[in-house]
Design a protein around this ligand. Structure first.
Ligand code: AMP
Ligand code: MG
Length: 590
């Protein structure tokens, strides 16, 4: 038996990134760009107005306010799509619409609301003049030429997955086509004498073929082009014929016929006409799996078509598709993120895993109070497809774990999240809060040391009301910041510091993107209002009351005893506190 990782590596070694094709941009959604795209134009092409208003010279508005308007002569009007025909000279203005090019001489636009136009109109006043009610700075409401894109800039890099926003950017550059890695054609074949088509009436001993449909839908969802070959019967002749029909495709996916039954002959046919990759993977559902290549000869050239033989049980075929076929299709499409997006969730049911294989449990994931929870969607038999339909994730119960208990932390592959989120991982965050002088920092130090001892990669975050040690007046970095730099980075051979100006007191969620995803745990001191799990340090010398209300806390670390239902952990016993954090927020298996 081989591990899921080994199997995936073998599968990926068999498939190659496909060649590029040029096609209309609207057909490229979800495909990988195969060229660097430079701009040949400026966007916007000319300075233009960001508002409906009056184009003028900022100088002419000096001192203007509601009680003391500056009156300008209106010499014309310009709408989006046309060019101004007049110049704005001192004392003049041109009425301008959003997107219209800024007339010669003008350097700012004052919105209608900051003029007396409405009053003039309602009182039937003279519109050949206008009162400006505010002082305008040069550049006010003006979008500069090339502000978004400058001619010659590299706009989209090779390798970029095209989303609607990139399609829009291509259109704005005046590109009607793009060069993208083509989508793989995936031939799909169900096997079994018991199978009949969806439009045929059931007969004794027969079932409708569902795998062809579920797999074809998966193929489309991940960007491949499905080509259903139909149903192959359990005979060498039928299977050989059908499999050969699939050899024009880039990859062939069969379901059924790979286990040990007398009629499970897909693997025999495969062995006769190609090379067999492997047979059994340490996973459940989905142990029997075949992988190899089928040789196609003809026209003097030999072609090898990768073949993935999934188990027949409907849930097994879908779960193995997700683990092996999906990454293969994504690789062929030139994608870099092949892993399913994974989150950490608290499992709400016990799951037993008796035979030591990696278990993929169908779960329904919900988010409550900033925490993900996963509940098992009913019976887990590999033929029970409705439990797959009720699920939005697969909880991964590691091999040799005996299972998990309700309340344990598990990793869940999210089925419905797009692959572009494949690098999203939730980082466990635990806050240590408490009154001033309660010993938060001491507990932080002890926990950091304890988690390092346990092999975790730890980041610590501290809220500071005052200044920052590393941001000292007179230092070079401080001077760069004084000069106006929005962020300052200081790098030495063994440290990196990053100081960014912010306009409000950030909350933890806003800070986490800067922490990155390389850590196993973020320990936070303070941030008592945050929604992350919190442990409060309570010291009897500082009173019986708590800083946070008990519902907000995961536990209290105390040197006394409190009249509360939430767990109380002994102050001074770091191992117990670390165990609590590990079990509740970090551990994957019980
Ligand atoms: P097999 O792997 O061929 O032994 O099939 C295992 C189980 O999956 C059997 O109960 C089959 O009836 C069922 N099965 C196989 N192929 C399909 C299919 N295309 N649609 C629905 N069920 C299937
Ligand atoms: Mg079968």
């Amino acid at each position: 038996m081989i591990s899921v990782e080994e199997a995936l590596e073998k599968v990926l070694n068999y498939v190659e990134v496909l060649e590029p094709e040029r096609k209309p941009i609207l057909d490229c959604l979800g495909q990988v760009l195969a060229e660097d795209v430079y701009s040949t134009i400026d966007i916007p092409p000319l300075d233009n107005s960001a508002m409906d208003g009056y184009a003028l010279r900022a100088k002419d508005t000096r001192g203007a306010c509601e009680s003391s308007p500056r009156y300008l002569v209106v010499v014309g009007e310009v709408a989006a799509g046309s060019m101004p025909t007049k110049e704005v000279r001192p004392g003049m203005t041109i009425r301008i619409m959003t997107g219209a090019p800024l007339p010669e001489g003008a350097d700012a636009v004052v919105r209608f609301e900051d003029t007396d136009e409405v009053n003039r109109k309602s009182s039937g006043g003279d519109l050949s003049q206008i009162g400006i009610l505010c002082q305008a700075k040069k550049g006010l409401n003006v979008r500069g030429r090339g502000e978004d894109i400058a001619r010659g800039d590299l706009i989209l890099k090779k390798g970029k997955v095209l989303r609607p926003q990139e399609i829009g950017v291509l259109a704005s550059l005046g590109r009607s086509t793009a060069l993208v890695i083509r989508r793989p054609i995936v031939a799909i074949l169900a096997t079994g004498d018991e199978l009949i088509g969806v439009d045929q009436p059931l007969a004794p001993g027969k079932i409708h073929d569902s795998n062809n449909y579920a797999i074809a839908a998966e193929v489309s969802r991940y960007g491949g082009i499905p080509k259903i070959l139909g149903i192959g019967r359990d005979s060498v002749q039928s299977l050989t014929k059908k499999i050969y029909e699939g050899l024009d495709a880039d990859v062939l996916i069969t379901s059924g016929g790979v286990s040990k039954g007398d009629y499970d002959i897909v693997k025999d046919v495969l062995a006769e006409h190609g090379e067999v990759g492997f047979w059994t993977v340490c996973m459940k559902p989905g142990k029997p799996l075949a992988f190899g290549v089928i040789k196609k000869t003809g026209g003097g050239r030999e072609k090898k078509v990768p073949h993935l033989g999934l188990p027949g049980n409907p849930v097994s075929s879908m779960v193995t598709f997700e683990q092996f076929a999906r990454p293969a299709i994504l690789k062929m499409m030139g994608k870099k993120i092949l892993a399913k997006p994974v989150i950490r969730a608290i499992i709400e049911d016990d799951v037993v895993d008796t035979d030591g294989r990696r278990l993929f449990a169908r779960v329904s994931v919900t988010k409550r109070g900033g925490q993900y929870y996963a509940s098992v969607t009913g019976p887990q038999g590999s033929g029970i497809l409705t439990s797959m339909a009720k699920s939005n994730g697969l909880a991964v119960i590691p091999e040799n774990s005996k299972g998990v208990k309700a309340g344990d932390m598990v990793e869940v592959q999210m089925l419905d999240w797009g692959e572009e989120q494949g690098d999203v991982k939730t980082l466990p965050v635990v806050s240590i809060v408490g009154k001033s002088q309660s010993g938060k920092t001491v507990l932080m130090e002890q926990l950091i040391a304890e988690f390092k001892r346990r092999g975790y990669k730890v980041a610590a975050l501290k809220h500071s009301r005052g200044g920052m040690e590393i941001d000292q007046p007179g230092k070079d970095s401080w001077r760069f910041a004084q000069a106006g730099s929005d962020a300052v980075l200081i790098s030495s051979p063994d440290k990196l510091a990053f100081i960014k100006r912010v306009d409000h007191d950030l909350d933890i969620e806003e800070i986490l993107p800067f922490v990155g995803s390389e850590f196993d745990l973020v320990l936070v001191e303070g941030f008592k209002k945050s929604k992350t799990p919190k442990l409060e340090v309570h010291r009897k010398g500082l009173g019986d009351d708590l800083l946070c209300s008990p519902e907000e806390l995961s536990a209290v670390v105390t040197d006394g005893s409190l009249d509360t239902d939430i767990p109380q952990l002994p102050w001074g016993d770091t191992v117990t506190v670390a165990d609590f954090i590990e079990k509740n927020f970090l551990r994957t298996v019980s």
